[in-house]
Design a protein around this ligand. Structure first.
Ligand code: AMP
Ligand code: TRP
Length: 354
């Protein structure tokens, strides 16, 4: 039995990229592993959320996020625990204790911190402390596998280092999460059943799926993009989807083939079509081989995405807030028990409790 844990911030509404790249694969992993007896914790890092600007109401964002998991097919059972970080005070307390173990040097080397702080006159302390709270999120639950995007791998390495240093100083309290290479292999077990593992980057390396910006397909589709036409939101209506996909940037090569380097726009559309319709990428590539009219492909992808989003939105509308709150309350009861026990062990180890 192992513990799998992940969290997604709720700063703004998820894009189709967040859905296909994070929510859907996590849902598949959660269903698969919880059914074979593993523990799966899906939590909302709301304390990480307030570090940067939040679009709209956080509570509503949390409820929307969980409805999205359920509409994506998450099948709640006794091994799946859904909770909000701020409802489990042990996270903040362990954050402080780990602050006493972490060094300025290692934390300053985090790429995310450097990117978010560089060139700014001032940035909040929490941006610096972000990965230490993330380490607390993970270590409180003895999590081995932490499915996250590659940009978070450095934080997982830091988590391992902090756990190891703590254990050396105070005794064996923490379980070390798996090394990043093993984390990557684990994540592939979600992808193996879908088209995603066939996704390759511009250099031909297999990577987790990355949906591209519709206006600039060399970049990933991002929530924070200002250009409305560059991203598809999960709440978009069919007209919006059609407008955005029909205006997607392509190229002038006049052939429909999968080539992320020379034809990122067309490749992105083929990738979206495969994931949305649940077909292997190679099948979709085969279907379009020899075709030359980009407009036909765009029309088909727009139809597939509209149909999919229509059905998805109908499922979301059927889920009541009460159902979500019931799941959260049960999850938070469980999380407070497990995390509280671990925190007490930590407090005893450092000498704060007898
Ligand atoms: P973020 O939007 O950066 O907070 O990312 C939340 C999650 O969604 C992370 O696991 C990302 O790796 C994933 N994600 C974000 N954008 C994309 C994208 N365009 N394609 C695939 N996955 C994405
Ligand atoms: N930092 C993660 C992200 O930006 C979110 C997060 C916070 C998280 N705490 C976590 C993910 C613990 C996994 C485990 O995507």
């Amino acid at each position: 039995m192992k513990t799998i844990l992940t969290g997604i911030r709720v700063n703004s509404e998820p894009t189709l990229g967040n859905f296909l790249g994070a929510l859907l694969p996590m849902t598949r992993l959660a269903n698969k592993y919880s059914k074979q007896g593993d523990i799966v914790n899906i939590f909302i890092p709301d304390l990480h959320t307030i570090i940067s600007d939040v679009d709209g109401d956080i509570t509503e964002g949390v409820i929307r996020e969980i409805k999205y998991y359920l509409a994506a097919g998450l099948e709640p059972n006794e091994n799946i625990h859904i909770y909000r970080q701020s409802y489990v005070p042990a996270h903040s307390e362990l954050n402080w204790i780990l602050n006493c173990v972490a060094t300025m040097g290692e934390t300053s080397r985090m790429i995310q911190y450097k990117e978010k702080s560089e060139g700014k006159d001032s940035c909040n302390v929490a941006i610096f402390d972000y990965p230490i709270l993330m380490a607390a999120d993970i270590l409180l639950y003895d999590a081995t596998y932490v499915p996250v995007g590659e940009d978070q791998f450095q934080h997982l390495e830091l988590t391992r280092n902090l756990a190891e240093r703590f254990n050396n100083k105070y005794g064996e309290v923490f379980v070390l999460p798996a090394k990043t290479a093993d984390q990557a292999k684990f994540m592939e077990t979600a992808n193996a059943e879908t088209a995603e593992s066939e996704h390759v980057d511009a250099d031909g390396r297999a990577v987790g799926i990355r949906i591209r910006d519709l206006q600039d397909p060399t970049k990933k589709m991002s929530k924070s993009s200002k250009a409305e036409n560059s991203k598809i939101m999960m709440s978009d209506n069919p007209e919006a989807v059609a407008k955005k996909i029909m205006s997607a940037q392509t190229d002038s090569l006049g052939k429909i083939s999968f080539d992320m380097f020379n034809q990122p726009g067309i490749s992105n559309l083929l990738q979206i079509e495969a994931l949305i319709t649940g077909q292997p990428l190679q099948t979709v590539i085969g279907t379009w081989a020899g075709e030359t009219h980009y407009g036909d492909l765009k029309k088909k992808v727009a139809e597939s995405v509209s149909t999919f989003l229509g059905e998805f939105q109908a499922k979301v509308a059927e889920i009541s807030d009460e159902e979500v709150l019931r799941l959260l309350e049960a999850g938070e009861k469980y999380a407070n028990e497990v995390a509280g026990k671990k925190l007490l062990e930590v407090q005893k180890a450092v000498g704060l409790r007898k």
